[in-house]
Design a protein around this ligand. Structure first.
Ligand code: GUN
Length: 294
């Protein structure tokens, strides 16, 4: 078996086209959907990510407003900025880029975003509603995985076993909340990357989702025939043949696992591009909802 490659760039492009049409309809009603983000500090990775979100938003016709605050900004200053964005009727989606500088209280900051504008799905209200099976924004990463599976014909997850190697608040837990909703009905195992003999879990997976940032963490002997493998890893490895002497790879030994898989996401170009796309989708939805509430 040589697994189908799940092309996140192509699926993202399709979704972004659809979003463009919805944005045009809103603009026709006099509403320009607006995504506001706050970046505190000068972490290069975060700054890069925020630029990516800004560029993608503008490309689908959203207005993007990115506030860049100094690394020594105070908690009251940051909360005041969020409060201002919450109150503005011309701003529909708000996110605060993580991680925050260590003197800031992440929990309090995330809880300060108005739930109706919480396009990242990190507010405790969004998290709780999601686990209860109620309507809520969910984090873009798990939303992107599900959308990608649906759009590539693998969306029927009822009774299937999804093994997730990641237990954090951005990927593992919110994905488990989504997959266990009655309408989806998957069986879910959440694993910690450090678990001894983790292969006893990963070998059971009909769908294996991995986000541990360790190159070749999942090898072919750790999966069963026919698995659908979703890779969220992002690792640079040395490669003298690559343009800058290094190359981006995921957490899954791609070629070897592909030989056993029915479908697999590549890195780059697989699950990653879906994340930013889902943030845009959530912003358009937030604007549609807020315009109906007017
Ligand atoms: N840091 C890493 N991923 C994310 C994300 O999806 N949203 C925010 N706000 N920060 C992040």
């Amino acid at each position: 078996m040589l697994g189908e490659i799940l092309d996140g760039r192509r699926i993202s492009a399709d979704i972004r086209q659809e979003l463009g049409r919805r944005v045009a309809a809103l603009v026709g009603q006099g509403i320009t959907p607006t995504l506001a983000g706050i970046l505190a500090g000068d972490d290069a990775g975060s700054a890069n990510y925020v630029r990516l979100k800004e560029k993608a938003a503008v490309e689908v016709g959203l207005r993007a407003e990115m506030l860049r605050l100094p690394a020594d900004c105070t908690q009251p200053e940051l909360l005041a900025r969020v409060d201002d964005l919450n109150r503005r009727t011309d701003v529909h989606g708000v996110f605060v880029q993580l991680p925050l500088p260590s003197h800031l209280n992440e929990d309090l900051v995330l809880a300060s975003v108005a739930p109706e504008k919480d396009v990242d799905g990190f507010h405790p209200m969004s998290v709780g509603r999601s686990w209860l099976g109620q309507d809520a924004f969910v984090p873009a990463t798990p939303a992107g995985i599900l959308e990608m599976l649906r759009r590539s014909g693998h969306g029927d997850l009822r009774h299937r076993h999804v093994v997730i190697v990641n237990t954090d608040n951005l990927v593992g837990k919110p994905l488990a909340a989504l997959l266990t909703r009655p309408g989806i009905g998957a069986n879910v195992t959440l694993c910690h990357a450090e678990t001894p003999d983790i292969a006893r879990f990963t070998r059971q997976a009909d769908i294996l989702v991995v986000a541990v940032n360790r190159p070749r963490f999942i090898t072919a002997d750790m999966v069963k025939e026919g698995v659908i493998a979703v890779d969220f890893g992002s690792n640079y490895i040395d490669d003298p043949a690559a343009p800058q002497g290094r190359r981006l790879v995921g957490d899954i030994d791609f070629e070897a696992v592909r030989a056993k898989a029915s479908a697999i996401t590549p890195v780059p170009g697989g699950a990653g591009p879906m994340t930013v796309t889902m943030l845009l989708a959530h912003t358009v939805l937030a604007a549609e909802r807020q315009s109906h509430a007017l």
